[in-house]
Design a protein around this ligand. Structure first.
Ligand code: SKM
Length: 271
């Protein structure tokens, strides 16, 4: 028996079990199961310490990603640079390895959408997803990253991450958000509703790729405006799948049956 779960609070909304369990079925991994566990950040260390040897891996979502990094016995360079882990992998000796597949997933969805190396990147928002976006931008060889934040001090909190991953970071205020949407890549990490007013303000270049981390409801007004202008758009659902693929392969050690996982996610979403 092999077990895995997603930890977070709240957690009832998580689609991770749908994706991972479909993957186990398609890969013929009998005896594997994946569940949701409600877990606040402060509860995470005790919960992880109490898991038996059948536990092969954990996905970690808000608010536990910093705590996940802290409990790990070893940490990937990217998780260390970002300061957060969404993945805890059990190693043969029982210890835990922390990684961040949000970053590799973001790189993958942006590359699939046609993002070429060396472009300019604008990130809307300066929270946890923005940290992952900085690391993804670095991997994509971004020439520069502009972070547009409602709170200027939030940009300064990202400077250590930018330094660790090696990208040049410029801060901008929210009033200038539309002006910075002419970048080659625009990554929106802000909560539901925050970017809606920009939909009517931005004059999208058709060559821009927009990644909007939201997915419910889809398209967001921002995504709809970019699509209407002929820009390429990727969603938070695309990232959810890509980051889960990375976790699946680390948990199980076998290639992820991506198409089956994508189908299960799509079927679940349309009911
Ligand atoms: O990073 C992911 C996490 O692995 C799982 C998740 C979810 O289940 O909703 C969302 C993201 O935070």
């Amino acid at each position: 028996v092999h077990r895995a779960a997603v930890l977070g609070k709240p957690i009832a909304h998580s689609l991770s079990p749908v994706i991972h369990n479909a993957g186990y079925a398609a890969a013929g991994l009998t005896g594997w199961s994946y569940t949701r566990v409600e877990c606040a950040a402060a509860e995470l260390p005790a919960l992880v310490a109490g898991l038996g040897p059948e536990w092969a891996g954990l996905s970690v979502t808000m608010p536990g990603k910093e705590a996940a990094l802290a409990v790990a016995d070893a940490v990937s360079p990217v998780a260390a640079a970002v300061g957060a882990a969404n993945t805890l992998v059990r190693r043969p000796d029982g210890s835990w390895y922390a990684d961040n597949t949000d970053v590799s997933g973001m790189v993958e969805v942006l590359t699939s959408a046609g993002v070429a190396p060396g472009g300019t990147v604008t990130v809307l928002g300066a929270g946890g997803t923005a940290r992952a976006a900085l690391a993804a931008a670095a991997r994509l060889g971004a020439a520069s990253v502009t972070v547009v934040a409602r709170r200027p001090a939030a940009v300064d909190e990202l400077r250590p991450v930018a330094g660790a991953v090696g990208v040049a970071l410029t801060g901008a205020g929210w009033a200038d958000a539309a002006a910075h949407a002419g970048a080659d890549v625009v990554v929106s990490t802000v909560p539901k509703g925050v970017a809606d007013p920009l939909a009517g303000e931005i004059r999208w270049r058709p060559s821009t790729v927009l990644f909007d981390a939201l997915y419910d409801p889809w398209p967001t007004p921002l995504a709809a405006s970019a699509l209407a202008a002929g820009a390429r758009v990727v969603s938070g659902l695309d990232l959810l799948l890509a980051q889960a693929v990375g976790q699946f392969e680390q948990f199980t050690g076998v290639p992820a049956p991506r198409a089956a996982m994508a189908r299960a996610l799509a079927a679940h979403r349309t009911g």
